[in-house]
Design a protein around this ligand. Structure first.
Ligand SMILES: [Fe+2]
Length: 240
């Protein structure tokens, strides 16, 4: 792949095509997804990152066929709902572990695999080495948040199991790291030391921050635009 000059990315996440709750919630997931893709196209954005929970097995090919129709250059990481055998993983991605880096002149673009809700030591040492070996801005994409989202329902029940170890390792690099994730079906931006975390809303449905059990939050679906010039700027696009 050729190196690029500018970095403008559309960050999409948690589409959950074919999910059994679609009917219960009255959500047309395919329509939501097309709405987002049309908006990305209309803005002239050509590169998309999807941070997982893409589809149930029977809908995976529809996802990839649809993305191809739009002609977007697409990078994916896997979520806890994704079956790696079914997903179309590119050559950039390893056979056993689906984490990788793609070439870029302006930034270090790193893609992690947390589909087991865990980042093993091998991946973590690869990650910190990649981060430490460059002075370019660092953009890290993974399914799970690393920073706590105010002890939310998702933090309590479904957090990345070793997020404290990941957080410590990222802090120890002393590099400014922009971390883009989903999984919590919410919108949030926060920083801790050198880590700047952006949770992007789900294209399917949002989850209440606090509740006894998993509950739907009537907030809009959407995606995030990431623009990198001298600094990283992001904007969440919502659809009501
Ligand atoms: Fe999800």
């Amino acid at each position: 792949m050729k190196a690029r000059v500018t970095v403008v990315l559309a960050h999409i996440t948690d589409i959950h095509l074919g999910h059994r709750f679609a009917q219960k919630f009255g959500v047309d997931i395919q329509r939501n997804f097309i709405t987002v893709l049309e908006d990305i196209k209309r803005r002239g954005i050509t590169e998309v990152v999807c941070t997982g929970d893409i589809a149930e097995d029977e809908m995976a090919s529809w996802f990839f066929d649809t993305i191809k129709e739009y002609g977007f250059l697409t990078h994916i990481v896997l979520g806890n709902h994704d079956n790696p055998v079914i997903m179309e993983l590119s050559n950039e991605q390893g056979i056993a572990n689906h984490y990788y880096r793609i070439p870029c002149d302006q930034a270090v673009l790193l893609f992690c695999d947390t589909r087991q809700a865990y980042m093993d030591e091998e991946q973590l040492s690869w990650l910190t080495e990649e981060i430490s070996s460059s002075d370019l801005p660092i953009l890290l994409f993974l399914h799970h948040p690393v920073l706590d989202y105010d002890n939310s329902f998702m933090d309590q029940k479904y957090a990345l199991k070793n997020r404290d170890a990941v957080k410590s390792a990222l802090c120890a690099t002393n590099k400014e790291i922009h971390l883009f994730c989903g999984h919590y079906h919410a919108t949030d931006e926060r920083s801790f030391a050198n880590i700047h975390q952006y949770i992007t809303p789900s294209i399917f449905y949002q989850i209440k921050k606090y509740s006894e059990k998993l509950e739907r939050d009537e907030k809009p679906f959407g995606y995030r635009i990431i623009q990198m010039e001298r600094t990283i700027q992001t904007e969440v696009i919502n659809f009501f």
